[in-house]
Design a protein around this ligand. Structure first.
Ligand code: ARG
Length: 466
């Protein structure tokens, strides 16, 4: 308690027991209002639900509730209109709004904080924010999945070389390749939806850490705010940010998947591949080399993946070794979380647009598949079906590939007599399996690259997207 009659920390919500004000540096260091302003609308939503519950429980009078509702409506307008008087002296979004409310409606504003603490308040705000972000992101993931299916639909019969070790392995349908990313995004969406369930729990009522002495009704608040239930332990409710970590892990995986696709787009667009072209609006030129068209957008997606992965590590490290319950460390959860949401939102948006603008050079894809002995496995399988043991077939085909390599041609360009040198089991039927189309067609089972299967996969994907 200050001994001097003059308050050293005028306006602070917690000023009573302090004898000197914080320095400007400490004020700046400890404040979060510059970035947690973003929570404002959720803070108001939470406060209104809290006030209505206080009133229903007989803790807050009807007049006070009305005043709070009126004040909050004004504040919301001020915030949306960019007219709210944000102040660094008031530390964070919560104290800024509470102070403004009190300025507008008097004592009712001061009563709002009954039976709660900023600890359960901030945890509630972050959860409301993240739930809404997840809903927006889920829609964006689906839009990107849709763009992939649209492109796939046009390229079921487009043959490209499938790679392992970035060496031509076996021919695949380009649509099949695109649908691999559809599957990754499907799991990503599932993870986000699952994470949402754990985000969607109400911390409010935990107060500072131990609960409150007032007869509150947490279920009512949960219901009004659309939460699936309440956090069941007050210490856990105010302190853990595992839900934010889990979300960021989901985001890091999405970025990781997109960075793989980006890497492929970059390779495919490079002149030695020449498989695809991105629309000009996703590329830039070089200031010195006039021939260049650089795939800036996929490169940045690849780069920004590092940034989101970094946020995941930041949040894990933030949480690690924090004793129960709330610690100010947790104020540091916001910037990594917000930046993860922003980065992922922009990335998904730009990606869906970019995939809609991809043009494909089918000839280049086919040429590359034909040059890489992509049907060597098919030849081996053919021999096996003729009764040759697999290991011997493998050896015979390896020799045939070497021979073709010396001749500088594809397996399908060898004559029957030439092929027969490597195995007497070869007959005229061999040429059907040496074509790229034949190779694709023969992988006709669920998950295989046969056009028939790919068409079925596209149908299923469309149905799943609704
Ligand atoms: N700005 C704080 C945060 O983001 C709000 C909670 C502050 N609680 C406290 N006891 N200082 O975590």
């Amino acid at each position: 308690m200050s001994n001097s009659p003059k308050d050293p920390t005028p306006g602070k919500a917690w000023s009573g027991r302090f004898s000197e004000p914080v320095s400007d540096l400490v004020k700046r260091y400890t404040a979060s209002v510059d970035f947690d302003q973003r929570l404002a609308e959720f803070d108001i939503q939470g406060s209104l639900a809290h006030a209505r519950m206080l009133h229903a429980a007989g803790i807050l009078g009807a007049e006070d509730l009305k005043a709070i509702e009126r004040g909050m409506a004004t504040i919301l307008e001020e915030i949306r209109g960019g007219k709210f008087p944000w102040s660094l002296d008031l530390e964070d979004v919560h104290l800024n709004i509470e102070r403004r409310l009190t300025d507008l409606v008097g004592d009712a504003g001061k009563r709002l904080h009954t039976a709660r603490s900023r600890n359960d308040q901030v945890a509630t705000d972050v959860r409301l924010y993240l739930r809404s972000a997840i809903d927006d992101l889920l829609a964006l993931v689906r839009a990107l999945q849709g763009a992939l299916v649209d492109l796939a639909e046009k390229h079921v019969d487009t043959v490209m070389p499938g790679f392992t070790h970035l060496q031509v392995a076996q021919p695949v349908s380009f649509a099949h390749h695109l649908l691999a990313y559809f599957e990754m995004l499907k799991r990503d969406a599932g993870r986000l939806a699952d994470c949402r369930k754990r985000v969607n729990r109400l911390p409010l009522g935990a107060a500072a850490l131990a609960g409150t002495t007032y007869p509150i009704d947490r279920e009512r608040v949960a219901q009004e705010l659309g939460f699936e239930g309440v956090c069941e332990n007050s210490l856990d409710a105010v302190s853990d940010r595992d839900f934010a970590i889990e979300f960021t892990a989901c985001a890091a995986l999405i970025m990781t998947h997109l960075s793989r696709l980006s890497e492929e787009l970059i390779l495919w667009m490079s002149p030695p591949f020449g498989f695809i072209m991105l629309a000009d609006r996703f590329c830039t030129g070089s200031s010195i080399m006039p021939q260049k068209k650089n795939p800036d957008v996929p490169e940045l997606v690849r780069g920004k993946t590092g940034r989101v992965n970094g946020h995941l590590v930041a949040l894990l490290t933030l949480m690690k070794a924090q004793p129960l319950a709330y610690n100010k460390d947790n104020q540091e959860d916001k910037e990594p979380l917000f930046d993860t949401v922003d980065t992922l939102t922009d990335t998904l948006r730009v990606y869906a647009e970019m995939m809609a603008g991809v043009t494909v050079n089918q000839e280049a894809m086919k040429r590359a598949a034909a040059q890489g002995y992509a049907t060597a496995t098919d030849l081996a399988d053919y021999l096996v079906k003729k009764g040759v043991p697999f290991r011997d077939a493998h050896e015979a085909v390896a020799k045939a590939v070497r021979f073709a390599e010396h001749k500088g041609c594809d397996l399908s360009a060898l004559s029957l007599a030439e092929l027969k040198q490597f195995s007497p089991a070869v007959d005229e039927g061999v040429f059907a399996v040496l074509t790229l189309e034949g190779s694709l067609k023969s992988r006709n089972h669920v998950g295989g690259t046969a056009p028939e299967q790919v068409r079925a996969a596209i149908k299923k994907a469309r149905a799943a997207l609704g």
